[in-house]
Every structure is written in C-alpha cells, then in structure tokens.
Design a protein around this ligand. Structure first.
Ligand SMILES: [Zn+2]
Length: 435
C-alpha cells in the first residue's frame, strides 16, 4: 500500500454539462497493492489511519489529476504529423497512406510503438484509443509495448478493402482482414488492461462485406454477456463535407452517413466515432439511443478546416463525448492544447466550455465514451490509479498568471490555456510511477 499527497483535482459528474469538480487542497490518495484507489480525502484526516509501513510520497505543492484519456489517435501517423494543410481526402492520399505503408515492417512498427507510448505518458495521457495501420504487426507491437508498461489501452488494426492504395488493401474481401482481426482479438482482447477495438477506417474504404462482418463480430461479442468482455469499435464519421458527399454517392439509399454504420450494426456501447461534425439531430438521436459515443478532435478539425463540432447539441442529445488528439491530423499530443482548441471551437460556435467541462472531456468523459469508466477517469474508490502530477509553476507565464487567479476555476482555466507537458512531474500507471 502507498499514498500520494498533493493538491487533488478530479471530476465526478455524468456529463460535460454537469462535471462535478472536486478539489482537495491538501489531499491524500491511498493506493492498494493492486494499484487501485483505496481511499481519497483530506491528508490530515487520513494520515493517522494509514497502516504502519505505508509509504507516503509527498508531491506537495504539486497538483494530482487523473491521467488524460485520448479517445482518438493514430500512432502510425506520428511520422507525418504537421504535414502542410490540405483537405481530408487529398491529405489522406498525399501524406497519410504513404506513411502508413511503412508499417509493413515489424522493425519500424516496434520502434514507433515504443516511442509513441512513452510520448503519451510524458504528456500525462495514461489511456488512449489507437488506430494501427492495416498491418497486423502494427497492433502486435503496440499491444506488446503497452503490456510492458501495463497501460489501459484500446487499439485495432485499420480495415480497408477498397478506395485506397493497392499496397494498403487486401483484395480477398473476407479473407486476410477478418483472419488477422480474429487473431488479434484472440491474443490481446481482455489480456491485462488491453482491449481490442474493431477499426474500419471509415465507410468509403470498407466494402459492404467488410462492414457486415465487423458489425456481426461486434454485436456477437456484446451478446455473449459477462463471460467475456465485449469488443470495442472505432471509426470516423461526418468529418468533412466532401467526405459526406462521397458517402452519399456510395450509399444512395441511406438516409444519412450515420445510418450507414447503423445499417451494419456498428453503433453501440463502446463504439466511438471520430469527428461527427456534420450530423443532424436525427443522427445524434440514433447514436445516443444505441449508446455510441463521439471523439471530439478540435485540433484536427481546425487543422484540416473540417468544421466546428457542435458540442452542446451532442451533449444535449445524450451522447457521450471524449477528446481526441487525432494525431496526425491533430498537431499536438498535448491534451492541454486539445482542450484549448475545444474551447476555441465552442467559442466560434457561440457556445461556452468551462475549464471544469474541458477537464471532464479529457478525463472522465473520455472514459465514459470508451466504456472504460468502471476502471479509470477519476479517483473514485476502486478505480485504477492512473494519474499525473503537475507543477504549473514549471511555466513562468502560467506561474505568474496563477498568482492573480481569484478562484479555483480561474486557476484551472489558466492551466488549460497556458499549461503543457513541461508541467508534468510524474505519471503513474496502476499506482506505479512510469515517468
Ligand atoms: Zn482519425
């Protein structure tokens, strides 16, 4: 058993509309031998009751927050991040596909997996939902590295069997992709803290056959009940108008892009769709009724000029929303920058995003969107101790700004707007210090 002492902050609410912040200025987190939260409270109240020999790591005056959760990122695009802005479809063709082709090599895949997961931790991100390339080996190396670090991580091999370069698609429609996915699920899903996410890139690059077996595999896993954990699913939806138009041409009889996924039974709990910018109320209602979630990726949306996500409409429709960096269309692995971009997108939409709501999206909201909230997202008793220790004074301007902050909310907003990974003092994974 161990305890961490510092300024605790986490969210306990049900949505970004009701984030329920909790601050404990001199707090103690007691962590049991399994790496889970045993107790949270005032240090003065809890210290006398600690068992003899319990190590107390004193992080005062630093802040202790739950680890960030990045609900949408492509580790195989790290090498082409910050490629000069194009629109989505030409950007995929010119930069993304050539980069992803490199992951046919196990050596490259291993090197990038190693770098990427450590970079996540150094940004305070302790859980992510990650797209691999079409190559099975990309997920093999990523899961193996995540297992070494004991991370709670979701990932999947990207599925594409049409409308993509020959080098990235399998032509035996139901063959290689299905078998590779089954093998990855068997080997990695539910192993330790890892989960498998079925990953069709988006409707235009999967045939009807592929869309069908993905939906069947996903629904069958949900129907099995508690004996085995159900699979996850991730894809992209309504990011850009040109893409929406393309989907309308490919599926002329579908009422909307969203309903293409619904037709193949991809919408459900633990299924998360990147972007969801160009949706209508009916689409949001369908997604919410099925339990599907949204990955709000503001950095990426601003970079590619895809549009402004309507956060209020999504939350009011009952959708669970998390924040994604969407590397490599997003330009930063920092969830601080991503929260600031989310705030800016909301402003341009005429909406507000309080700092508490932004941190909710980056932690507990992300956990809910990925169906991982029983395990991570805040410091509720019994959850896994994935957390970050932050020193806001590491950045001179932020330190100066905090001195004139009048409320905790002002402090939090200054951290959101001026903070970055330089503030990170430590990241803990299941109670173990990893950075
Ligand atoms: Zn993406």
């Amino acid at each position: 058993m161990k305890a961490l002492r510092g300024r605790l902050f986490h969210l306990c609410g049900s949505s970004a509309l009701d984030p329920k912040p909790e601050w404990i200025d001199d707090g103690l987190l007691v962590i049991n031998d399994e790496g889970c939260i045993e107790q949270i409270g005032q240090a003065a109240a809890l210290l006398p009751s600690l068992p003899a020999g319990c190590m107390v790591q004193d992080h005062r005056p630093y802040w202790i927050l739950p680890g960030f959760i990045d609900v949408h990122t492509h580790f195989v695009q790290l090498g082409m991040v910050a490629s000069y802005g194009e629109s989505l479809l030409t950007w995929l063709e010119r930069y993304t596909f050539p980069e992803e082709e490199k992951f046919v090599s196990a050596e490259i895949s291993r090197e990038v997996s190693h770098y990427f997961l450590r970079a996540l931790l150094s940004h305070g991100v302790t859980t992510a939902s990650v797209y691999g390339s079409v190559h099975k080996v990309s997920c093999e190396t990523l899961f193996a590295e995540a297992e070494n670090l004991n991370l709670r991580l979701l990932a999947g091999k990207t599925l594409m069997n049409r409308n993509a370069p020959d080098s990235l698609i399998s032509h035996d429609a139901n063959g290689k992709d299905l078998e590779a996915t089954q093998a990855l699920v068997e080997r990695w899903h539910g192993r330790g803290r890892l989960g498998y996410s079925l990953t069709p890139r988006f409707a235009p690059t999967s045939s009807d056959d592929q869309m069908r077996w993905v939906g069947e595999m996903y629904q069958a896993s949900m129907a099995r009940g508690s004996s085995e954990p159900p699979l996850f699913l991730q894809s992209h939806l309504a990011e850009n108008l040109q893409e929406c138009q393309w989907v309308a041409e490919l599926y002329p009889d579908a009422a909307s892009y969203c309903q293409v996924y619904d037709r193949f039974h991809h919408l459900g709990s633990g299924a998360i769709f990147g972007h969801c910018i160009h949706l209508n109320d009916e689409d949001r209602g369908i997604m919410a009724s099925r339990g599907a979630s949204v990955a709000f990726c503001p950095s990426s949306n601003l970079f590619l000029g895809s549009g402004l996500f309507d956060l209020d409409a999504a939350v009011l429709a009952g959708l669970k929303v998390g924040l994604g960096t969407d590397i490599g269309a997003g330009t930063s692995m920092s969830m601080f920058k991503t929260m600031l971009n989310a705030y800016q997108v909301c402003k341009l939409r005429g909406q507000t995003l309080s700092p508490e709501a932004a941190f909710f999206l980056a932690t507990l909201g992300g956990a809910q969107a990925l169906r991982l909230d029983p395990y991570v997202g805040n410091f509720q008793r019994g959850k896994e101790a994935d957390l970050q220790v932050l020193n806001p004074s590491a950045i001179a301007l932020l330190d100066r700004r905090l001195q004139s902050a009048r409320t905790k909310s002002e402090e939090l907003f200054a951290l959101l707007a001026l903070g970055d990974e330089r503030c990170l003092v430590a990241a803990y994974v299941l109670g173990q210090k990893r950075v």
